[in-house]
Write a protein that binds this ligand. Structure first.
Ligand SMILES: [Zn+2]
Length: 285
């Protein structure tokens, strides 16, 4: 397991994994981490990686690591194909998520195991698997109903972890991707989390996707019950887009990108800082 996760697990806080697809978002996250002296994970999904470029994001993060001395982990989020994961590893991503949750339980184990074997050999210290049906995309959508059978089953989690050898596991405990238009927070099944934590929490780190829009008190309780990584994407996207629209409207004649973008960076940074404080990873770098 990565050192930053070990420390988080021992001291009961979580590390934010924030998604990016451009430099302004990276800048906002790094500035937030620097202000609060927090370790941080910067994630790119396959789509986001394709836009910014895997090699480009690796070099950007390297430059920021050198400048700040902060532990910044570059993570592939929801890697779905072996090819995308292989490419990310070869380019130097620090951490990998293989999302086999759409496969059958047996196939998910089989495919995840293959990825774990490959990634281990290449020296990757964090391989995240996923179990359960995580609904929604990272956007604003209609209210999503989570069904009982969507939730991660603790018996299956135990078998999955033992058979695949993952370092961390993304679980479904009522969380969804994205935010519902009504502003309603999803119900988080803390009892299910507790059950899963009891069977696998000592061996691996538990990961909560869909950190946008979850009630602060549920986040805090989840961390007490073993969550050590929380993914946040949609709230950053909303802050980015809304502040960009405002920045353009405030001065319609402005055409200089480095004058249009500072309020956008600031808005995203504010969201990241709020999350870092809720997750308790401030002053843990
Ligand atoms: Zn996710």
């Amino acid at each position: 397991m990565l050192n930053i996760f070990k420390k988080a697990q021992e001291n009961k806080y979580a590390i934010g994994a924030f998604n990016v697809s451009n430099l302004e978002q990276v800048k906002a996250i790094v500035q937030a981490a620097q202000n609060l002296q927090s370790p941080v994970i910067i994630s790119t999904s396959e789509g986001e990686s394709n836009f910014i470029g895997k090699k480009q994001i690796r070099l950007i993060i390297d430059a920021y690591k050198e400048q700040t001395g902060l532990p910044i982990i570059l993570h592939l989020d929801h890697g779905k194909s072996f090819e995308a994961i292989k490419e990310a590893i070869e380019i130097g991503y620090d951490s990998i998520h293989f999302d086999g949750s759409k496969l059958s339980f047996e196939e998910n184990i089989e495919e995840t195991k293959k990825i774990v074997d490959f990634a281990r050999e290449k020296g990757i210290k964090n391989i995240e698997g996923e179990l359960g049906y995580l609904r929604g995309g990272s956007n604003i959508h209609k209210t999503i109903e989570v069904k009982p059978e969507d939730l991660t089953n603790s018996k299956q989690a135990e078998e999955f972890v033992n058979k695949t050898g993952v370092d961390s596991l993304a679980i479904v405990i009522g969380n969804i991707h994205g935010i519902s238009k009504s502003g309603e927070s999803p119900h988080i099944f803390l009892d299910r989390l507790e059950e899963i934590n009891k069977v696998v929490g000592d061996e691996i780190g538990l990961v909560l996707h869909g950190g946008s829009g979850i009630k602060e008190e549920d986040i805090e309780k989840s961390i007490q019950l073993g969550i050590i990584k929380i993914n946040v994407n949609t709230e950053l996207r909303v802050a980015y887009t809304e502040s960009l629209k405002k920045s353009l409207q405030d001065d319609p004649d402005r055409v200089t990108p480095y004058k249009i973008m500072p309020p956008v960076v600031e808005a995203v940074q504010k969201v990241v800082e709020d999350k870092i404080k809720i997750f308790g990873s401030n002053n843990k770098s």
